[in-house]
Design a protein around this ligand. Sequence first.
Ligand code: ZN
Length: 489
Amino acid sequence: MNRSAPLSLLLATLLAVAPAGSQSLPDLGDASSASLSDSQERTIGNRIMREVRVDPLYVDDPEVAEYISTLGNRLLGGVDGPRRDIDFFVVQDESVNAFALVGGHIGVHTGLFTLTQNESELAGVLAHEIAHIVQRHQARAMHGQRGASLTSLAALAVAILASRGNSGQSGQVTEAAIMGATAFQMQNMIDYTREHEREADRVGLTILERTGFGPRAMASFFERLLRANRLNELKGAPSYLRTHPLTTERIADIQDRVETLPSRLIADTGGYRLVKAKLRAMTGPAPEAAAYFRSLIAERTVLRPKEENYGLALALNRSRDFEGAWKALAPLREVQPPQAAFELLAAQLQADQGHLEEALKIYRAALRLFPQYRGLVYGYLNLQLQMRNPGEVVADLEDRLRNVQDDARLYEIQARAYAALGKQQAQHRAQAEAHFRRGNLAGAVEQLEQAVKLKTGDFYEASIVESRLRDLRAQLEIERAAEKALKIT
Ligand SMILES: [Zn+2]
């Protein structure tokens, strides 16, 4: 079995029990009646994502995360009706797959990302998934299922979530749950119907057209996928092709539709090329990844250094060949204008070799040019902590957190800086805000309770902590009520 099977399986299972909330859907706890309220849907979605985010296969890289959410949000701009809140993430898994979860979460496997030949192909897959969500296909597919299988699937998902929650260890679904998933879920997996697929293609093409991507890429990617699957060239593609039944007629339909559209040449964004190189550099053994980029560089006809050099530098860094990585990166840093991703890698290479002052210099210069680039911000602040300058970190974050409120990682860094300064109450408060932003309300409340217990004599600080605690306790109660109704406890 592929080493990444547990997460895919978990996601597949959750997908199967994840109705998008619609009229007369069976309640997960009671197959006979009722439907999911919006808050229940959000609760399940947050609960699932809390598990997904701590899984080692979840790609927790600021550059990858920023790119995929920027692309996703651009596509959401092409959706009819009120703005939908959907978030996008990448899973380190070499199989070719993408999926939508309840509550508006779309995941893409690295295997699918790196198989795309241009950005419009990737956009085509995402647009298709977005279409399934906005057309509420999951809910409609659920409705067609027999109640009994729905109940067992719900029970199974709950068991998996519970086992993961209790183990306290990420990435470990119990063997029993996997066996259960195989037995129950493989036969009952909710596949989209051909009707759903046609609709998702149609809506997806409209989204691509409206947001300036090449709709033809959708047909070319699906065609390649189908051909590769026939020739048995792709690992894991069958799971995508099973949930999204793909036929030559479907591809012909897409081609018919795009025939009428003007053909345009769409250039990939720099972000797409760099992130694709980064994901490829992270895949498989590092020496193999380095060899792959070396062969691309050897084949290159244009002499301008590009993302192949970046991929090679990343792969060599993984092998801890810092000198080789530095050499591969150097020509990219000479090109004007400078790029944040290259400066970040340069600073990381210096820091990894213990040249902390040199790394700090690179971070400072780069942040003057790219003050909001998250990879640089995290790298710089962590380096300051490592160099025992927590005061600098607190001062920097005071400014930063006034403008950015949704970044859990900044609060985590802040908590560490306060800890280094011996400011316990502020440390708990920052840690609470980090937990809150990661969807962990119980953890946030616990941190604030600890903060309240510390009698510092600062009444202003104490009243802030107490009022935040009241607010989060109330939210936690609502979440617990929703979980109880769903029997996820
Ligand atoms: Zn589909």
